[in-house]
Ligand binder design. Structure first.
Ligand SMILES: CC(C)=CCC/C(C)=C/CC/C(C)=C/COP(=O)(O)O
Length: 270
């Protein structure tokens, strides 16, 4: 008996055919798949690589994926760990951003947090250091203060470079009402306040003779500056953590590059 056009239809030169199953419904299958395996010809292999579904169909147990495809299909452990850390960071930072707005749970502490922000801002530190430089009457004092100024400028440059390279946006709950910012300060990684607080406190602890309570207060101040960045909603926790680390290392760099009357006499004869 002649097959009915409703039940069987095959198009020569076309990749699709149709046939009915036992329950009378149409099923579609690929002639290319059924007659010549996708992996047989180079063009078929190319087409297969365009479609993940078709590629999966065409794989046999003997075929090995190119290395870059394996990486896409199996994200590395480090990649997953990194994304998870970032997700936890965003979630925790939002939870601790309790002074981000006046109506937040700790909103009434926002003015105090902003005062702490000013205490770690670059302008008061640079202005204060310039004033001390002007007032310092001994070469030893001049040397320390000049290096503090150098450290503060180096900090601004390095933080600006990293912020510009990483370009991590500030948290969405941050209200951008900070005074005197550079254009890179729209980015949050790392926290410039945290780098400055860590670097300056390490610098002062090493170069000033301070009573123990003052030393403790100095360290406490640095930690509070870091906390206040997250509470104000300015930063994520990782911005501040990295900022502390970077500031700590910046101090080591300043020590390494230390400006002294013997290395840069021109600076000290002014
Ligand atoms: C003398 C002179 C050019 C001073 C510039 C000081 C200045 C504008 C520093 C920027 C400080 C700032 C707003 C840093 C951002 O801190 P984050 O903790 O929010 O990253």
């Amino acid at each position: 008996m002649m097959p009915s056009p409703r039940t069987t239809r095959a198009t020569v030169g076309n990749s699709t055919s149709s046939a009915t199953t036992s329950n009378g419904k149409f099923e579609f299958s690929s002639l290319v798949n059924s007659r010549t395996p996708l992996s047989d010809s180079p063009s078929a292999r190319l087409r297969a690589s365009e479609s993940p579904v078709r590629r999966k169909d065409s794989l046999t147990s003997q075929q090995v994926l190119p290395e870059e495809d394996c990486m896409k299909l199996n994200p590395s452990f480090l990649g997953i760990a990194f994304r998870s850390l970032l997700a936890i960071d965003l979630w925790l930072s939002k939870r601790f951003g309790v002074c981000a707005e006046e109506h937040c749970s700790w909103g009434s502490a926002r003015p105090l947090m902003k005062l702490i922000e000013v205490s770690g801002h670059g302008i008061p530190w640079i202005a204060g250091t310039l004033y001390c430089l002007y007032k310092s009457d001994s070469l030893a004092a001049q040397e320390v203060v000049l290096n503090l100024l150098f450290a503060l400028i180096l900090d601004l440059i390095l933080v600006g470079l990293v912020k510009g390279a990483v370009k991590r946006r500030r948290p969405t709950h941050n209200r951008m009402d900070m005074f005197a910012t550079f254009s890179v300060d729209k980015y949050s990684f790392p926290s410039g306040h945290a780098t400055r607080a860590a670097m300056v406190s390490r610098f002062l602890l090493n170069h000033l003779v301070l009573a123990i309570p003052v030393r403790v207060l100095l360290m406490l101040w640095a930690v509070i500056v870091g906390f206040s960045r997250v509470m104000l909603g300015r930063h994520n926790i990782t911005d501040v953590a990295f900022g502390f680390l970077m500031g700590y290392m910046q101090y080591s760099l300043v020590e390494y590059l230390w400006l002294s009357p013997s290395t840069v006499p021109a600076l000290f004869s002014l």
